[in-house]
Design a protein around this ligand. Sequence first.
Ligand code: UD1
Length: 421
Amino acid sequence: MDRFLIRGGNPLYGDIHIGGAKNVALTVMPCALLTSETLSLKNVPDIADIRTMCALLDQHGIDISTDPKDKHHLSFKGDITNTEAPYNIVSKMRASVLVLGPLLARCGKARVSLPGGCAIGTRPVNLHLDALTALGAKIEIDGGYINAVAPKGLTGNKFVFPFVSVGATENTIMAACLAKGRTELINAAREPEICDLIDCLIAMGAKIEGKGTGRLIIDGVKALHGAEHSVLFDRIECGTYACAAGITGGELRLINGQASYMGSVIHALEEAGVEVFQEENALRVRRTGTLRGIDIITEPYPGFPTDMQAQFMAMLSISEGASMISETIFENRFMHVPELNRMGARINVHGSSAIIRGVHSLSGAPVMATDLRASFSLILAGLAAAGETNLNRIYHLDRGYEAVDTKLSACGAKIERIKSN
Ligand code: UD1
């Protein structure tokens, strides 16, 4: 297993290119199952989760080609030859369940392995199934698989999400596009990733109203056609590198970053003492003074994203005063805490809240990545810490961040990927 060796203490200065959003790419790629024509996607990040989604779509019968001049431009075309999403792929990546809605809508049947729990929580898919059932699907769980059928196709209906789910909203929107009649979704997720999915579907001929609100109206169409779509920038990658400027006391230009898509993250950065400036095609972030402790509660968009919680915790660990972070989305998302404490942080967890008492400095240590965002919180701590940090199990990081060491090194970080034998 590869690891990162980080020698901390250098403020970061320079430009970092923010790529396309992993969580957009993972929902627009399954849209290829909704048409027999070509779906051409630009700005797709080159990361392990995308390769997993490609493997899944490939075994459903979709041909995938990469533009020889641009590895971030992928085209998808083909007829579905297999409606089963097997355990060996779904168990690697939960977002695989996003093929369920498109397969069911297009083929009238789908068999998708249940994803099971993951490191950050149990993460059930009951809302995905309830919403598709409301559209007329008959769903059974058998042998660890979701067996869904709709022999006469899906039919539009009203569905109220009892709480906000990004994935369930995505699956239902995709399915509703090919359902007969009108679907009304209440309490739908409003994340920028959902808005970008809607833009892609509209480009494919879908009829969707209410983008960016909690009430979506989808009028089903007989067929969708091919389209070209460019994936939105990754607001989580952008926020993560903003924390890198914050924790090291440097200044970074985050190319493609747009504050208007980042919800309350911008306010949290500013409150903590990180200045943010929107430039024409970049977000410039810098810290010149001390970091200040702040309180954060994770919430659906436009609230503070759970995917930014670990990175802020690392940054706040060296702030003046105390901070409190409450996690309301996932039940087990503080696994980075013991690792940060091994580097000298003073963090206590009480149920779903963590109290962070700022310390003057961190010290490098061998640490272990536990999930994608937690991995980056340990990189951030390592960049600010005195001495060497060895970050193990970086395959978690490779799932969602492209070229981390290259991007950080170009801005003055001392970070090296050590390949395992
Ligand atoms: C997506 C993102 C993930 C982000 C999360 C919350 C992708 C690929 N992943 O995950 O990075 O952290 O949104 O912003 O886009 N839940 C249920 N039943 C369901 C579905 C969800 O109980 O059927 C619960 C989950 O366990 C969780 C909460 O609802 O507690 C929100 O989850 P959800 O928004 O669905 O997250 P994902 O779509 O899995």
